[in-house]
Write a protein that binds this ligand. Structure first.
Ligand code: MN
Length: 232
């Protein structure tokens, strides 16, 4: 048995609807600007740009229902509700037609963002890590296996803060469909079980404050909840 100088960290994992088994998470990929209206609100031109990606650290994954302390060193913590896909088969250089079969489950996710730090990094051409990858930045609802719900191509995706709807879109408005996202990413990585992909957010992103309660849903997939606590 391998001996470690320090105890290994717990395995990052997601709960699965209707199962006592959990889904072990190895990598988290995120797509930027994948809904036309959101790309425009971020100052981009969605129609001509191929999808681009950034990453979150699996250790920064938290489950739906937790209270997330307001993030450190930001004055503009924002919500982005997203459809998340969990892969269940190896995917390497797959076509969009092949890619769908590699998706094992779907979930609601929140790509929490320190928008001020992201904006400062963009201006300087610096990495997005401080803006996107911090403790609690990847919120995830329970995974719902595709064999239960199929592969959703349309349906409302929406988020409310304290009961007031802030974000609203439809999965059909994604610039790059899930299968196209997986296919493209599979050119750059040997994808497989353990890989999560946050597929981008519709318009209406905005700030949260300590005391806020976020509730989101994706039609045909599920729901997600998050409370924002004091910074600590
Ligand atoms: Mn996002």
């Amino acid at each position: 048995m391998t001996a470690y100088v320090f105890d290994p960290a717990p395995q990052a994992a997601a709960s699965v609807r209707g199962s006592a088994q959990r889904y072990a998470v190895q990598r988290i990929f995120c797509v930027g600007r994948n809904y036309a209206a959101h790309a425009r609100e971020m100052g981009g031109d969605p129609e001509r740009e191929p999808p681009f990606f950034f990453n979150k650290t699996p250790a920064h994954l938290v489950s739906s229902g937790v209270t997330l302390p307001y993030a450190l060193e930001t004055r503009d913590l924002q919500h982005e509700i997203e459809l998340v896909v969990a892969l269940g088969q190896p995917a390497f250089r797959v076509t969009p037609e092949q890619a769908q079969d590699c998706v094992w489950a779907y979930a609601c996710g929140l790509d929490m963002t320190r928008r001020d730090l992201q904006g400062a990094a963009k201006k300087k051409g610096q990495p997005w890590a401080f803006g996107k990858d911090f403790e609690g930045a990847a919120v995830l609802g329970e995974l719902v296996p595709a064999h239960q719900i199929g592969h959703p191509a349309r349906g409302a995706i929406e988020l409310a803060v304290n009961g007031t709807r802030r974000q609203h879109g439809d999965l059909a408005d994604m610039v790059w469909r899930v299968a196209e996202v997986v296919a493209r990413l599979s050119r750059y990585y040997h994808l497989g079980p353990g890989d999560l992909i946050y597929t981008g957010t519709p318009e209406g992103v905005g700030p949260v404050q300590p005391g806020d309660r976020l509730t989101g849903r994706i039609e045909g997939v599920g729901e997600i909840e998050l409370a924002i606590g004091q910074s600590q």
